[in-house]
Design a protein around this ligand. Structure first.
Ligand SMILES: O=C(O)c1ccccc1NCC(=O)[C@H](O)[C@H](O)COP(=O)(O)O
Length: 255
């Protein structure tokens, strides 16, 4: 499944955003600090994801509402919530950000962002952070335009890398929150070694997240020992009988 398929799925949304005379006004409420929340529980922070479906697993959990899962994650001690808003492949929705803001936890908007207009649209929601996948940008100028727009709106970019080249691009543009994705977005295969290999390049001032394919507290512990500050998990939580109890297995609430 080539990465371009995800970008194509966003074309309609971008066309709609381009046609708007005016974008919705920026959200006026407080955006809790995303990196700050991770630092408060570092190392050992858990970013719990609201993930209803995915290209690799199909439907994961369509029955539990964002309200229900959000309050479970908050009670279980998650540092932040990742919210998939992509509609075609993940059955997500932008409105979930508004619903999950009631938890008081910082929210990460997870989608395929390639244009500053999508950042401006995200700013109309209570999201604190936004996923920026380096590989979706052909040039550093385009990537930088999106990062600058994040700064304009006070959104924290979580810059995602898959290899040393992505990472070098992210670091040279001053990314402070770096996410290593263990899932190959083309083959959908998982390789946790990618995180272990790349974390050796972590700089002191950076906050690092290992995302995807983490299913056991033992695997999570190994990531923290390797130098990661936070883990981002979705499927293992949402596919379990009780996503909150599953988070507790990874947080201090479970010990
Ligand atoms: O989850 C997928 O199948 C997927 C496929 C292609 C592009 C992105 C994908 N997932 C987005 C994510 O970032 C994950 O939901 C997140 O890292 C959590 O992963 P997991 O714990 O393995 O559900």
């Amino acid at each position: 499944m080539p990465l371009s398929r995800f970008v194509k799925a966003k074309e309609e949304e971008l066309t709609r955003l381009r046609s708007l005379k005016q974008l919705p006004a920026p959200y006026r409420g407080k955006r809790p600090g995303f990196a700050e929340a991770i630092r408060g529980q570092m190392p050992g922070a858990i970013i719990a994801e609201y993930k209803r479906a995915s290209p690799s697993k199909g439907d994961i959990n369509l029955t539990m509402s964002p309200e229900e899962v959000g309050s479970m994650y908050a009670r279980a001690g998650a540092s932040a919530i990742s919210v998939l808003t992509e509609e075609t492949y993940f059955k997500g929705d932008l409105s979930y950000l508004h619903i999950m803001a009631k938890t008081g936890l910082p929210l990460l908007r997870k989608d395929f962002i390639t244009h500053p207009l999508q950042v401006a649209m995200t700013a109309s929601t209570p999201a604190s952070a936004i996923l920026v996948i380096v590989r979706l940008f052909e040039t550093d100028a385009e990537l930088n335009a999106v990062l600058r727009e994040c700064q304009t709106f006070g959104l924290e970019p979580v810059v995602e890398a898959f290899d040393a080249h992505d990472l070098q691009r992210a670091q040279s543009l001053g990314a402070r929150i770096i996410q290593i994705n263990n899932r190959d977005l083309a083959t959908l295969g998982i390789d946790l070694n990618r995180s272990y290999e790349l974390v050796t390049r972590k700089q002191k001032h950076e906050t690092w997240i290992s995302a995807s394919g983490i299913t056991t507290p033992q695997a999570g512990q190994k990531m923290f020992e390797a130098g990661f500050d936070a883990l981002l998990m979705g499927t293992a939580l949402m596919a379990s009988d009780h996503p909150g109890r599953m988070v507790e297995r990874f947080t201090r609430n479970g010990s």
